[in-house]
Design a protein. Sequence first.
Length: 422
Amino acid sequence: MSILQKPTKQPQEELRRFAAFANLSDEKLSQIAEQAEWLKAKKHSVLMDLGDDEPSSLFLLKGNLLLEAADGRKRIIKHTDASAHMPLSRLRPSRYRISALTPVHYIKISNALLDELRSQEEVSEMLSSHYRVEEISEENADFSTQMVSHIYEDLDKNSLLLLSWNRIALSISREILAQSKHTALITEWAMLDPVLSLKLMKAAQFHHRPGSSVPNVTSAISQLGSQKTVKLAFMNLFRESRNPHIALMQEAFRSAWERSISVAASAKLLAQKLELKDPAEAELIGLFHNIGEISIISYAYNSCKGISQQDLQDCILMYGRETGRMVLSHWNIFHSLAEKICDTTNWLYDHGDHQPNLTDIVIAARACVQITQKDGGNPPPPLPQIPALKKLKLDTPNSLLATDLRAYAEEHLEIVTQKLGI
């Protein structure tokens, strides 16, 4: 480890990004900044080992870390993740071995200093909020570990089970067969199922000509040809679609599909309204934005006995983003597209420019759709805190564009469900 030079801008600003310090005065933050250790570590360095009882807390400023529990559970934390706003493994002795996956910058602060500078009520709030995070990991270790380990194992064997919701897969397969000579119409129907769309891109990507790429579903269908596309659609229907009878799983499939379709349509409309380039790419990013969630639901389907809605929701919140990243990476999805898809899962994503980009567009669409559908599974933070919404001037619930977008999302979903007969 080596000493990191204090940030050139006010160190209070760096500290205030963490939940533990968000409401402290500048004076208290200055005291913490002076007494804290500002450190950096090389890739593969161990920042904290299992059983470590040093009475200090680590806060990640920059880079990626791996947390490994004694039972083999692993978790990756990036400085852009919401979980990075909390201290890392504050419980003592430490339940995790924390190592650097990349060069990292971090802060070490003694717990005694934290306790001195915060009122007893503030300390209690900070500790209890982090204990809740730790307890979720412990409570759901069996379920979450089982789901995620199965997904990773199957990805390595190139046998990932990614399920479509049978209620939509049946209608879509029939329509694709009926329109088998018209690429544009096949694309339109295929993009009503995020799972089938991703499988088409994967299949085309593995067989594309050297030097070319598969940036969208239309390109994938053109490269595969109508015969292979129809075959893949029916394989997806008969081999990898489910219509669960258990209410929990039915609701999980339905909710994930509705958000995928609604975010895709809203992102496309917003990009068009703002006259940004590539509204079709915004639509595709929106369609795939929750592919990690859909992967976890697919595996939960086969292990749903005794699983509660909270179990499933916690697993998705904890591992959804990384699962999506792994699926896109293993399936060789066009790199720039995959990167944008993963970035949209971070409510606090900020590319640093004042001008909005396609990722901002999709994050805004996500926020509008989740407000419309009253989905509490992964609620956005207060709207003014979301950089994408600030750039798009959508950071108030009653902004004209936001209300129009929410109305459009509702109307579009109603049209699609009627079209599919569900």
